[in-house]
Design a protein around this ligand. Structure first.
Ligand SMILES: Nc1ncnc2c1ncn2[C@@H]1O[C@H](COP(=O)(O)OP(=O)(O)OP(=O)(O)O)[C@@H](O)[C@H]1O
Ligand SMILES: [Mg+2]
Length: 351
């Protein structure tokens, strides 16, 4: 028996790798948290030989002997068999085979910087590229549904209160694109979260967990300001995308947000700033370029190509259309396609 540790919840599992042919990569599913992850069996064999992590059948190992602590969920060859991946795995995976959703939150405490516009259009672009996308609207304004032309009626509130199951709470808004709607009712949910005396910051994570295996991307649009729901989002997402409006001096708001983020990172190392997306870029005036240059210096790794100012962004929502549907040839659509390529690290998408 060999030990496999789930990279998501750290639960250890015993697994018999002797029955798996050499050279195979298997996909193990942690029965504790449902997370799927690839396991290179050859590497595991080597590790077991080098580090002795693979006790002989006669050597009892206290860590794995307590049934409540480590369940031998994936120890049976039958459990692993259906998950064994064929050699094709080494080829680039088509979107539907990606194992766990990437969890990206679009956040900045400052209002009106393009959070919702970015969440909706990045989500729509990823969906057009063939990825399965869930957009979670955690804002009491519930703008995402409006921008997409769908009044969802139900959404995150019903999921968090347990009135609906995850599958019932999400609404398909486009091909490959689902929405978990926000709205006024979330104010009540915030109060419920506030009153929890233990584990309040994990409320959203627990509710969204069952949906993760069904999507390639889970994007979370956040409200302006900073409250218990924002904290919940930052305890759930692993990647942060910050839209920074180049219209007004935005750096103060950004540094305030980064301070708050660092206080979360003390408790949750997995969450990090991945993308800084300048928005409202107006090339006719000097000031946005100056701010953009400063941002590039401050965040050389995270900075993305700017989203240019484009009037179509304020018109498209009245028609319930994404920028790709409303004005596919405009600079705004071009810029969000570029952002899709950056996030997926795939330059050939949506060309
Ligand atoms: N690149 C752009 N060019 C022109 N208008 C834009 C651009 N991006 C967003 N807008 C418009 O600016 C307004 C604010 O954008 P948006 O609602 O996305 O910001 P937000 O950060 O989500 O706001 P809030 O903090 O209130 O949730 C909207 O009317 C939107 O259509
Ligand atoms: Mg918004």
């Amino acid at each position: 028996m060999t030990l496999i540790v789930c990279p998501h919840c750290s639960r250890r599992h015993r697994v018999n790798i002797d029955t798996i042919p050499e050279g195979k990569t298997i996909v193990a599913r942690c029965k504790a948290c449902g997370h799927k992850f690839p396991v290179e069996v050859d590497k595991l064999r080597l590790q077991a030989q080098t580090h002795g992590t693979r006790p002989t059948p006669h050597t009892p190992t206290p860590e794995i002997s307590t049934p409540e602590k480590i369940k031998p969920e994936i120890s049976k060859p039958e459990t692993l068999e259906p998950e064994i991946t064929k050699p094709e795995l080494s080829k680039p995976e088509p979107p539907e085979l990606i194992k766990a959703a990437r969890k990206i939150c679009v956040s900045l405490s400052k209002g009106g910087v393009g959070k919702t516009t970015t969440s909706v259009n990045l989500g729509a672009g990823l969906a057009l590229a063939g990825y399965r996308v869930l957009l979670v609207d955690t804002d009491t304004q519930g703008q995402s549904g409006y921008v997409l032309g769908k009044r969802t009626g139900v959404g995150l509130t019903e999921l968090l209160t347990g009135e609906l199951t995850p599958d019932e709470a999400i609404v398909q808004v486009r091909k490959n694109f689902w929405l978990l709607g926000g709205g006024k009712s979330l104010a009540g949910v915030k109060r419920i979260i506030d009153r929890k005396s233990f584990g309040a910051e994990w409320t959203l994570s627990e509710a969204l967990k069952p949906l993760e295996s069904k999507f390639d991307f889970i994007l979370i649009d956040t409200s302006p300001g900073w409250d218990q729901l924002t904290v919940n989002v930052l305890f759930y997402a692993t990647e942060i995308l910050i839209p920074v409006a180049l219209e007004v001096m935005p750096l103060h708001g950004l540094s305030e947000f980064m301070k708050s983020l660092r206080s979360i990172q003390k408790y949750r190392k997995e969450v990090s700033l991945k993308y800084v997306v300048p928005t409202f870029m107006d090339t006719r005036v000097k000031n946005p370029q100056i701010i953009y240059d400063r941002l590039k210096k401050l965040y050389p790794k995270e900075i993305c190509k700017p989203i240019r100012y484009n009037e179509n962004f304020s018109e498209a929502p009245s028609f319930g259309k994404t920028i790709f549907e409303f004005a596919p040839g405009c600079s705004g659509a071009v810029d969000y396609r570029e952002l899709v390529r950056r996030v997926t690290m795939n330059d050939s998408l949506l060309q």
